[in-house]
Design a protein around this ligand. Sequence first.
Ligand code: F6P
Length: 330
Amino acid sequence: MEQKIKTIGLLTSGGDAPGMNAAIRAVTRMAAHNDWYVIGIESGYQGLLDKKFIPLNSYNVRGIIQRGGTILLSARCPSFKTQEGLNLAVKNLKEANIDALVVIGGDGTFRGANDLAQLCDIPIVGIPATIDNDIYGTDYTIGYDTCLNTVVEAVDKIRDTASSHNRLFFVEVMGHEAGFVAINSGLACGAEIILVPEQKNQMDKVRSFLAERAKSNKSNLIFVAEGVEGGAMAIADKLKDEFPQVSIRVTVLGHIQRGGSPTSKDRIAASEFGVAAVHALMEGKSGVMVGYENGKIHYEPLKNAVKMHRQVDPDFIKTAESIGTFTPLD
Ligand code: F6P
């Protein structure tokens, strides 16, 4: 396709993720190198409907690579799921002379982009950024590494107090539908049991662990992804009465997992994805998401990224748990 782009729109949407700012910077600078203007759209798709546009340039994205959150702000936008919302978005894009769009976010963001792509003919490219790391078509999403490190740092502290009191802690981490954060941070923290949404009916396993554990009176960590059995609090409430001899505590890490200065891995991934997104537009690509496949930049059709779901490998769950527990011979 002959390249006719002069101005690109750029937005961040859905749950924020550390490294979004690094991606904003990379897209803006790469576009500027190509003599394109960049219009930042504040608060995701809501800002597109409300015409919250701000000019971005190489200069005003300086000093943000190390900052968590997103300078463009983010939001979830229910009206973007309606026909009226989508029509208004197309109209506003036209009026602002935006002739290509880069969206940074997770699966909800890409669903919005995919719906919009059916109605307008401007090229749209997605950049995956979510601490959940659950997007089909990429091995990695921006923010995931920072999130894992945040969890590990916090849980190492919990471990100190857990072992001082021989307590069993249920630690709840984010992930409604995917257990990537739980499984990998659980492994890195030496958790005995890790409960992820991909595996159903795990309560018997937890009960027999607690029954054994009641005899040994050691400190333990059980990681729970928030989407499992109503979360860590609900699970602990059920078990406290059944196992009164076990001293149980619960920590819900919550939104601390979404904040913080991005790790070098996230800054690098965000920068590479940002550059690749602009390259995609220069090459006339549209309706694709930038990602990594085996460490290399890869373009996945957006329609696949929204149709399919990336899930934790069951073998990896076994690996993580197998080294979390000790055997009776120890
Ligand atoms: O960003 C993804 C995610 O953190 C999920 O793991 C979590 O369930 C959800 O967002 C919570 O988001 P919010 O509180 O912004 O609705």
